[in-house]
Write a protein that binds this ligand. Structure first.
Ligand code: ASP
Ligand code: MG
Length: 419
């Protein structure tokens, strides 16, 4: 039997009516001849409510018990979905993570998959069951404790099952009808894409386009799982939504396929650091130890004998980071200075920045993308503060108040509104 994985996010199972609506989509695939593994999230808002219970009970909570509580939201929807399918005459059974078993590491709250043995589910399919409904987001550690994969983790559960069971496709049903060239709330001209390459999706996901959990895309790319994002609120068929797939499936791709952005950025500059081997390590080591996710890094060219107080070579270092990590970063750097690890005269924090990125696999073989991007920003009088590039992405840090303007201008400049 060909097999499909269908994942329903929180809004798609938010109440009994929506669960029924989702079950009808499963029924359609069963009627087409598929065995189906359904992965469900908790009803929307439920995981937040459970996290609130934990935090309201214990400030420094035991992560094992956190997982025991927050994993329960998915148990409810898995059981309800199986019941609804049975009501429709479809042989279905629910599975919690430990029953499959979904073996994970014991990193509670952010566990990773170790293995998903097929035996138990395969046996049930052989017995005539058509649907296995699996609770997303959870697993079991070698110690036999319930684990969770981190927020948004049921996307990753879905991809892992698609890989383990050689599914024809992994359909992610959600509250949007696909992946857009940029956020439609920012540019009215945003367009739904039919296909997008894994690597592009990865850049868009990690740059703040919150459609799929980044880890799920990484996993899909590694195991070549064809991933489809589509709406559970619309009538859908084989061509609906956006297919996230290997480059070889995309015949003709644009040079730039999407514009991503992230509002919650900040930048820190250290003035007059020494320019000698080991200084970058002395700065970024303590930041890493403090759990700061540094993103873009710029080091100026150095000046020799800057002034009497700075004999030898000095330079400045600027880096960007999530805005909510600024305090932590500041403390780590001040401590490093106090401990004599690093020297600087001034630490300047800028919390009014946003990051805008253009992404596209076509960039690998086309020159001039950066020039076009910078021209478009300069036409709008947007000043660029930091630039970074990778093979398929160019990112700039700009004043936050110009973010929308920049996204719209770039979307136009790269013709993303046209097919
Ligand atoms: N329910 C979990 C969460 O909200 C997992 C998921 O829905 O992906 O994070
Ligand atoms: Mg989600």
């Amino acid at each position: 039997m060909p097999l499909l994985v269908m994942k329903f996010g929180g809004t798609s199972v938010a109440n009994l009516e929506r669960i029924e609506n989702a079950a009808k989509k499963v029924q359609k695939e069963v009627e087409r001849g598929y065995d189906v593994i359904v992965i469900v999230s908790a009803m929307s808002g439920e995981t937040n409510r459970l996290v609130g219970y934990v935090e309201g009970t214990s400030k420094l909570y035991d992560a094992r018990e956190y997982d025991a509580v927050v994993a329960s939201g998915e148990n409810v929807t898995a059981g309800l979905m199986a019941l609804r399918l049975q009501e429709m005459g479809i042989p279905a059974r629910s599975w919690q993570g430990w029953q499959v078993p979904i073996n994970t590491t014991s990193a509670h709250g952010s566990a990773r998959f170790v293995s998903i043995p097929r035996e138990n589910l395969d046996t049930k399919f052989k017995e005539g069951f058509k649907v296995a409904v699996v609770a997303g987001f959870q697993g079991v550690s070698a110690e036999g404790r319930i684990t969770t994969l981190g927020r948004g983790g049921s996307d990753t559960t879905a991809v892992a099952f698609a890989a383990a069971f050689d599914a024809e496709r992994c359909d992610i049903y959600t509250d949007v009808d696909g992946v857009y060239t940029t956020d439609p709330r920012v540019s009215g001209k945003a367009r739904k894409m039919d296909k997008i390459a894994f690597e592009e999706m990865l850049e868009l996901a990690s740059l703040g386009a919150k459609v799929l959990q980044t880890r799920s895309v990484e996993l899909a790319m590694r195991y070549n799982v064809r991933l489809r994002v589509l709406s559970s609120f619309e009538d859908t068929d084989e061509n609906s939504g956006t297919l996230v797939c290997g480059e070889e499936e995309i015949m003709e791709s644009k040079v730039v396929s999407g514009i991503a952005f992230s509002r919650e950025e900040a930048k820190i500059t250290l003035f007059t650091i020494e320019d000698r081997p080991g200084v970058a390590q002395a700065i970024f080591g303590p930041l890493a130890d403090a759990g700061v996710n540094v993103d873009m890094i710029v080091q100026n060219i150095s000046e020799k004998d800057y002034d009497e107080a700075h004999p030898g070579a000095v330079t400045d270092m600027t880096f960007s980071l999530p805005i909510n990590q600024v305090e932590r970063a500041k403390k780590a750097l001040e401590d490093a200075k106090a401990g004599g690890l690093i020297k600087y005269d001034e630490l300047i924090i800028d919390t009014d920045v946003a990051k805008v990125s253009v992404v596209g696999i076509g960039m690998r073989s086309h020159a001039g993308v950066a020039a076009k991007m910078f021209k478009s920003l300069s036409n709008e009088n947007v000043n660029i503060k930091v630039i970074s590039t990778s093979e398929i992405k160019i990112s700039v840090l700009i004043d936050r108040k110009y973010m929308e303007l920049a996204v719209q201008a770039l979307h136009d400049a790269f013709g993303l509104d046209k097919v």
